[in-house]
Write a new protein. Sequence first.
Lengths: 291, 291, 291, 291, 291, 291
Amino acid sequence: MALPEPNGPDANAAAAVQELMGGKFGEMSTLMNYTFQSFNFRGREKLRPYFDLISNIAAEEYSHIELVSATINLLLSGVTKRSDRNTSKNPKASPLDAAKDARNSYHYLASGQGSLAMDSMGNPWTGANVFSSGNLKLDLLHNFFLECGARANKIRVYEMVSDPCARAMVGFLLVRGGVHIVAYARALEKLTGADVGKLLPIPDVCNRKFPEAAIHEKKGIHRIMYRWSPDDYSQLDQVWNGKHPEDGGDLIVSDETPEGAPWPEFDEEPQLSSPGGIDPDMLKHYAKILK
Amino acid sequence: MALPEPNGPDANAAAAVQELMGGKFGEMSTLMNYTFQSFNFRGREKLRPYFDLISNIAAEEYSHIELVSATINLLLSGVTKRSDRNTSKNPKASPLDAAKDARNSYHYLASGQGSLAMDSMGNPWTGANVFSSGNLKLDLLHNFFLECGARANKIRVYEMVSDPCARAMVGFLLVRGGVHIVAYARALEKLTGADVGKLLPIPDVCNRKFPEAAIHEKKGIHRIMYRWSPDDYSQLDQVWNGKHPEDGGDLIVSDETPEGAPWPEFDEEPQLSSPGGIDPDMLKHYAKILK
Amino acid sequence: MALPEPNGPDANAAAAVQELMGGKFGEMSTLMNYTFQSFNFRGREKLRPYFDLISNIAAEEYSHIELVSATINLLLSGVTKRSDRNTSKNPKASPLDAAKDARNSYHYLASGQGSLAMDSMGNPWTGANVFSSGNLKLDLLHNFFLECGARANKIRVYEMVSDPCARAMVGFLLVRGGVHIVAYARALEKLTGADVGKLLPIPDVCNRKFPEAAIHEKKGIHRIMYRWSPDDYSQLDQVWNGKHPEDGGDLIVSDETPEGAPWPEFDEEPQLSSPGGIDPDMLKHYAKILK
Amino acid sequence: MALPEPNGPDANAAAAVQELMGGKFGEMSTLMNYTFQSFNFRGREKLRPYFDLISNIAAEEYSHIELVSATINLLLSGVTKRSDRNTSKNPKASPLDAAKDARNSYHYLASGQGSLAMDSMGNPWTGANVFSSGNLKLDLLHNFFLECGARANKIRVYEMVSDPCARAMVGFLLVRGGVHIVAYARALEKLTGADVGKLLPIPDVCNRKFPEAAIHEKKGIHRIMYRWSPDDYSQLDQVWNGKHPEDGGDLIVSDETPEGAPWPEFDEEPQLSSPGGIDPDMLKHYAKILK
Amino acid sequence: MALPEPNGPDANAAAAVQELMGGKFGEMSTLMNYTFQSFNFRGREKLRPYFDLISNIAAEEYSHIELVSATINLLLSGVTKRSDRNTSKNPKASPLDAAKDARNSYHYLASGQGSLAMDSMGNPWTGANVFSSGNLKLDLLHNFFLECGARANKIRVYEMVSDPCARAMVGFLLVRGGVHIVAYARALEKLTGADVGKLLPIPDVCNRKFPEAAIHEKKGIHRIMYRWSPDDYSQLDQVWNGKHPEDGGDLIVSDETPEGAPWPEFDEEPQLSSPGGIDPDMLKHYAKILK
Amino acid sequence: MALPEPNGPDANAAAAVQELMGGKFGEMSTLMNYTFQSFNFRGREKLRPYFDLISNIAAEEYSHIELVSATINLLLSGVTKRSDRNTSKNPKASPLDAAKDARNSYHYLASGQGSLAMDSMGNPWTGANVFSSGNLKLDLLHNFFLECGARANKIRVYEMVSDPCARAMVGFLLVRGGVHIVAYARALEKLTGADVGKLLPIPDVCNRKFPEAAIHEKKGIHRIMYRWSPDDYSQLDQVWNGKHPEDGGDLIVSDETPEGAPWPEFDEEPQLSSPGGIDPDMLKHYAKILK
């Protein structure tokens, strides 16, 4: 998904979006939960469709941390005044002035105005967020809850940040996260017969109420499970089938994965020496003599 | 790389190997450091070879957390007595007896004898382990140090655990981690002209002293940088070229990635309800009525 | 105690009050310290009055976390704009705007504008705050210090927040916490003969200087130990007797506990789906069919 | 419930049982989750039965941390050699010898062989374990998951520790926790119509397989919701009604709460100065002169 | 070094400066890393010059935490309104008003407007920041990286805070920290022959670009290693010799340590009872009777 | 104080002693508490004797972390089998075997069998242990409690570890810590007139019951306050005067500080590459060419 340019730099919006990266319900949590559950799966052959489902969703989550990171970086680009002390004429300049009152000081001290593995309060993501009990039903229930909690966080960040870049990202993740919610619901249903899908939506607002999500739902993206490794995850469709619990459309496994968007370029921030004043001639020089 | 079977279950060996997963210098740290640095790279076009290098190494690290996880799971398999309370005749049985004195109780309480995102003392991995300053030279120096620290930990786990499964894993990672050490040394050299490679090896023992690493070095694997995405990382060879600082052999970029090994099967541990006593007939029943 | 309505919503006042909930010296700490010390008491029969004292104070602390929570919730009510995306006509609305710059983002992301088990910086309360050494004199000394530290925090929150709801809560807790300070001083005196009460007040300001505390002291509430379980804590008066060290009035054990105040109603915050748009007809429907 | 005497002191059993106290799924978590959700409930009048349910369960949890604490304390009593340095003739004695190799050193250094607010690895309980989103459906789903996770932990501690005192405690908590699982399932069903109860049991073993739980189920205790404050929680029966999902028996609200068991006495551990060598004559002396 | 008076109180500047105290790369980290490495040095006699170097730098770091603390305290002095509730006529006063919106509430709740062992986000310094592997080359590499990371943080705080007191402190520490960077580079060079100094400066700005650092470099202070204990650290000059890698000047060991500056007086903050309203007559009274 | 050689290596004794280093009541806590309180002192001139007392005790604490570290290092020396993979003939050797079952794996993975900034469970020391409220009476009360808590921990480590090296260290620290307890008691007495010393000893065992403490008390060391900086701390004797509360002897300020003991040599542990196999000829070579 291609992210639109933000309306402008917004330090505290970037701080808020960090919740979707390194919060308890952020994308690092979904990524790492499914990764460990996939690694640790016992009795895989007997329960192959479930292994395939969890592993396949893990694979998709990687692109989600990427997307959240790009959003944060775009919102942070230009927050402080671009200037280079190596060439500046003003020794009294304090180009990071604006950072002093920003909510998250790590963005300026520990990174070059970039995303970090932390939440909206600057607390680091922790491995304690990974749940991998080894009991399939319990792990699936956890995942269903985790995705609903993640959905609540996404909606709240959406309501907090009006920037179009952030909202485009949230809109897309609401739809893809929605697929995962339904997937774990289906998995529990297939295991037990309980109609878990009737609990949805949690919280009590439909994705269609968010314009940036609605455009994807119109294309049916909320009903598609992309198969990220067609050779490996062949039994996905034993879980991902039937009707979508909210709109009744068909659930589809697709071997075509969505085309990637170009990764945005992030401008230099020389006041942070990011990436640093590297002399191209020197680079060429060393490239030659060291090759 | 295919892991040999362990000599037998070994609870405290598994606990020690967790350091290579979730320790400050574990594979989660290398994976996440390079991932965030890749995401946050500013001024990418000017410094493409460095971006490619960091991103490409990030891609390889994913397979390393997988390998460490598999080792832990194999060492934990069978640590406690397999039995199923649903069918057991002995209500007084305490099949997890052996877990009571094991160093890491989370392996039995929080997981089904599986790996978790924690270190050898059961402390969770933390996002505070991610360093992504945005200054290229500083990030590269960090990475060089991180890989050397990781190497020290690998060697110490090797000297602590004699099990062949664990040692095969460590031997392989010493070689691949060694590639990353040299890569970051090269990158620093290309940026500045300093002969960082002369610092190696850190610590002061060669990989060749470890038989399980030596077999890979004999095949030259310590001189090969695999390109995990040939379309994306085309400028790798502007950094990864010249001679290996320890043995003087040629540094090679390879577009052929190594063949994956079959992922080991992990037996059920019914005393932990892992994966749980799911009735195949019921599964079929629900599969039919819910499709 | 009945809380007055706040003058209006105040996000950062609520953030400050969290220190009295989940700070190192917050009410969760006093509650849990005395609870564990009561649970762990060894040699209870020999030292019954001390057991009774600690247990009885633990019982009172529960109502204190309740009161702090209510204050936080009242201050947070209405901080962001009430609106419901399900019925809103404005897809561009960002009702949580005001939350973006608030000091504590968890109030909006992790809760529905409600209190959490954290302090004024959003750091979670931790069990490491519990001290229960098992040595009675040391535990009592700890408790005396803990209550004085808690008093300092209350006074500082009072000086930081002028809202009448917050100040009414602090005023009341200064008085009740003052009872606990004197109680632990008395207990140490009874054990050793040292005149610990001469250290008071810590810090060096009397409760009477705070109008919202003075109104309770005028009623003598600072000299009353309520017995929360008359059957159990019969030997309270062997410690709680004699004169108050600051005003010389009689210390009294009372079997009548104070009348509870009505628990305030907290209005819905639909922009947070809190509690969520639940359809009363549906509730009735399911109530009927499921009964 | 009256706890039987343990077969003898067992340091590592006590360490394991700590998971049920201060683990992520321990009783402190259930207690504090429901307490905060009850405090923070918005729109209470509209949704009274749900408020009553959560608040009432919170009230019961307090007795559960008490029970887990008592079990730990009993298992720790006598772990190290009882002796008193004040009267000992042997200056070379090291009565805490046995503690040096015990898994959890805090039991001997930070407490007087008593329970602390930590888990089986000695990590402190944290307020980050509290989930209180303010969205009713999401909070109920969380609670349902939390109780299932707690059940998994109880079963695993049961399988790890064969001591009859520990197993009696776990057996009882399996039954009462089972009531809470069903209660949250019912609440979700009443809100949405989904038949959540069909997911049970999670994990896939019935309480009846554990003799110490079976004795309580035979008395029907798994179908009784005790009303801990008859005046307050009058609408409990609008959720807790109908049939138990596992055995089909009637769900009953009872205004009679179970008779409490006598709280066990914990012997002194003089080698830890717990409670300390207090001279009864001195106590009397100070009691007289200070009254 | 004598600190100039700040231009005025600045709460958020003080919060930012905390990163240099208790951040991962703050002065507590440098102090404690070298202290532990010095304590733990194995094979000291063989490698005396390196032991002397690390120990001597540890000794200097103590004065650095002192300097950072003084800066924070000066910036915090007067942030809130000075007043004394004991003598105030206005019961409605809320003198800490200004603290409610400050980024770091601990400065007002946990301290009397003073420095604490925490970073710019209020997260406490942790012993996990100490690296002491016991392998000399690895420890030196770590220290070289740590000092470069610390330098990046200092520069960023400089660019964020224009106050002359803060900048004077940072300027001085850039120079002294620069000495440590070169020292660890030299130590690695002496051990291996690698020309590590060619990597400098990291980040890519010279100290001379900062006027408050340039004044010290003009005096050659960046080339002087003070010997803090002439009797103990006699072999310092075996590492600290040769030319400075950036300006080619001679590296000098000096047995004269710089003259200390008078420690600034910090005014009372009576609104925080800091230090508290102590009556001088009472002090004299007790001094007399207790002597 | 000169430490005797341990009876032999003892991994778990070293793990226990870590509590006295990095535990909540360890020497890092006492050092850092008094250091920050000294740094942050407001109104120093008015209250000079108290400033001098706190600062002077801070100075002494540095030698205490040194002593605890040396004890840990001595106990760890030789725990695992000394061998050097560079010269070993046995590729199957696992010299760290003994470390696999040791309680604290960080001693072998993160350090070269050396002390770290952590407690007996391997949890890192944290800046949250620093209390510096700025209110003098409260800080002194805290310090009095902290020292009593530290005393309890020392006694318990003594009773846990019979090794003469550990006991010599504890015996000495009991005496010096005892001086600090009395000092803070005196300070509170001078401020308020309360006879705090009557609370002692806490816990209820005298230092004289520990032979390794008794030898120091016989020399009167428990009554001497060493003045670590005679020029600075000139008013110490306004607090430290009168009679010792336990034995009635005179309290003395001494300008002669105790003679330091030789710092023990710690042997190399080549199996950990600690300090690493550095070639002396190479060192000489680089020393020559780089000078």
